[in-house]
Every structure is written in C-alpha cells, then in structure tokens.
Design a protein around this ligand. Structure first.
Ligand code: ZN
Length: 384
C-alpha cells in the first residue's frame, strides 16, 4: 500500500491540507486521513490530488469527426455538416478514432463517461477498454408519431449490444414526437439524457415558428413538425415523471427562471454543461450566473469530437475558470467529478476517495499560487 500526499487533496467538502491518501497499487482507496506527525514512507507531490473525472456527456461514436467541422456554424448548419461529412469518413477511420478517444479520455484522468449512442459502433471498444466506466444512452430520434413504437423497439434492440450500464434517451425537443416521448417516459424509470435549450434556433422554432430549423427540415426532407407547446421544454418534458433521474444537457439558452423551474419540477435532474462544445458551435459559453440556484446539480461534459478538439475534461474546467475567475477550483473539480458521478448514478463508485472503491487518483499540476487558477502549463498525471 502507498501513502501519498500533495499540497492539497480533494474531498467533496473542501481541498484538504496536510492529509494523506492511503491507496493500494491497484488503485483501491484505503483511507483519506490527516497526516500524523512525521510520517515515514510518505510520497509527496506538488499540486492537487483529486479523484477521476466523470465526463457526463459525450458522443464517442463521433470521434472520427475530430478536426473535420468548422467552428461557429450554429445549431442547424452544424447538424447538416455532420450529415454531409459522415459520407467522407471511411468506415475503418471510425474504429481507429474511437480507440484513440478512449485512450485520450482515460489517460487524461477520466474514469467514467455518459455516452450517447445512435449505433452499436462503440459497443466492442467499450467492452475491450472496460477500465473506463461507460453509461451508454441509446438516443432515440423521430418526429413521425406513427413510427414511435418501432423506434423504441430498435433502441431496446440496440441496447442489447452494450455491456455495462445503459438506458434509453431522447435526442432533443425539435427531433422527437410526443408519441415517442410518451413511450420512453412510460417505460422503466432508468436514467434519461436529453439535449435541451441548446440554441436560439430551438427557441425561435417553438415560440415563433420561425428560424433556422424551418430551412433545416426542408433540407433534410422532413415535413415541418407541428408542436402543441410554445416552449421546447414543455414539449420534451410533458409526462416526464417527477421522480425520473434525468440529465439536461446544455441549457445554454435557458433563462435563470427556466432553470429554476426545471430544477423544481424534476428534483432528481442534473444539468450538464459542455463549455468547449458550446463555444465551438455557438461562439458562447454557458452563463454560470443563470445556474446559480443549481450549482449542487451541475456536471460537465465534453460533448463529441465533432464540436470539441479533445476529450480532456481539464480543458472544460480551464475554459470556465478563464470566463468566470470567481469560480473556485474546488467547485469546478466537484462538478467534474463528484457531481458528474452522482448525475450518472455512480456516486457510490466515483467522484470521491471512498475506502474500498477505485475512483481513480489524478495529480493536477501547474496551478498559480493562492488563486488556484490553472496556468497555461497545467497538467494532469494519472497516478492510479
Ligand atoms: Zn450532445
């Protein structure tokens, strides 16, 4: 067993000084405790020791899109570019890129991923790379109500290809019929994930019946859907049971009042922010002030490599810290580990140094003195 210490060690309550982490060679935590006097055989590190990152929102199957799309396209042009670019990527590139992604995520300190799946592309790689925990969300899309039953059955069939945790998910308000939504909500109360209020275009579609989505439906040859609600969240969340655990992804365009309303209506909901992806597609990062009432229910994700340059969770933290210097490093690490683990219902396994568990042990270096701001030469080492 090793006894390790650093300038600071993360716990969900605070960053601890003069503490020691006892850990087995295989990464099993034995104890996190104060240092007693002059301890021998203590391995000392400069920096901060914290548990593995939990990336609560990713699309690993889009890994081969890294570097392929332009920044700042906006929602609908981005979605179209994905459809277009997919034709140019050879089949074999997908598996190679996926393998690189899994390794990148793991060796930059991530231990668990909430991963959106539209195909079985990632199933075998996840089995082989089982040291990285994944919750696979089978993402259902469909505006034709008559096909709702078939879409759900396909999703359930797809789920069988995946080992480990999985559940059905819905894509977004503008791509899901009321019938499909109701079938998913009537099923078992498994963890749900939805993209919600990501763009101004989504709001314009529901509130005014205008905007980029009209052109988008035409381009992808879909009849213009008619929604019976004038807010996207009302359409997507009607009939969602209050006690359903759910991950609201993005909410980039949600107002403070709308976030408070969602939080009150769905007490088990978490909100997942993907700052680098938002910046890539929409040229803006989440307005943290709007999420002030739900800071204990925030988690972070990278989104896919179609809209991000890497799956390094530390970069998401860095972007938030650059935009909001008032956010403490402890808070950001909490969102990126403890609260991400809770959001994926893995709080008993990840996100804190719990005896008998293997949450991963990371060392963060390159932090500026008292402010604990990440410097440009910050780095993560995976110790266990
Ligand atoms: Zn996404």
């Amino acid at each position: 067993m090793d006894r390790i210490t650093a300038d600071l060690i993360y716990s969900p309550g605070s960053l601890l000084r003069e503490h020691c982490l006892e850990v087995e060679e295989d990464g099993t935590i034995v104890a996190l405790r104060p240092i007693e006097g002059k301890e021998r055989r203590l391995i000392r590190y400069k920096g901060i020791i914290f548990p593995g990152f939990v990336n609560a929102h990713c699309h690993l199957e889009l890994s081969a899109f890294r570097g392929k799309l332009k920044e700042g396209l906006g929602m609908t042009a981005f979605a179209q570019a994905i459809v277009q670019e997919r034709k140019n990527i050879p089949d074999e590139s997908h598996q190679l890129a996926l393998y690189d992604s899994l390794r990148e995520a793991f060796y930059t300190g991530t231990v668990a991923i909430g991963d959106i799946c539209n195909t079985a592309l990632t199933a075998d790689s996840k089995k082989e790379f089982s040291k990285l925990f994944t919750h696979s969300f089978m993402e259902l899309i469909g505006l034709n109500a008559a096909q709702a039953e078939e879409i759900v059955e396909k999703g359930k069939a797809l789920q069988k290809a995946f080992e480990g945790d999985s559940s059905l998910a819905l894509h977004a308000p503008y791509s899901v019929s009321g019938a499909l939504r109701d079938k998913v909500y009537a099923g078992e109360k498994a963890l749900l994930s939805v993209h919600l209020m990501e763009s101004g275009a989504e709001r314009a579609l529901f509130e005014e019946g205008t905007g980029d989505f009209l052109d988008f439906y035409e381009k992808i040859k879909l009849p213009l859907p008619s929604f019976s609600h004038s807010r996207s969240q009302d359409h997507l969340l009607e009939n969602l049971p209050q006690d359903r655990p759910v991950l609201f992804v993005h909410c980039l365009e949600a107002s403070r009042a709308e976030i408070e309303e969602l939080a009150a209506a769905f007490p088990l909901a978490y909100f997942c922010l993907c700052p680098k992806s938002n910046h890539f597609i929409h040229n803006k990062v989440p307005d943290i002030h709007r999420f002030q009432s739900v800071t204990d229910r925030l988690c972070l994700g990278t989104d896919s490599l179609a809209s991000n340059t890497s799956l390094r969770m530390l970069e998401e933290i860095h972007v938030l810290q650059q935009n909001y210097p008032e956010l403490s490093l402890h808070t950001l690490l909490k969102w990126a580990s403890t609260q991400g683990a809770a959001a994926l219902q893995q709080g008993d396994e990840f996100g804190a140094f719990m005896p008998g568990k293997k949450p991963g042990v990371n060392l963060l270096q390159g932090i500026d003195g008292d402010s604990l701001a990440l410097s440009s030469n910050n780095s993560i080492s995976k110790l266990y």
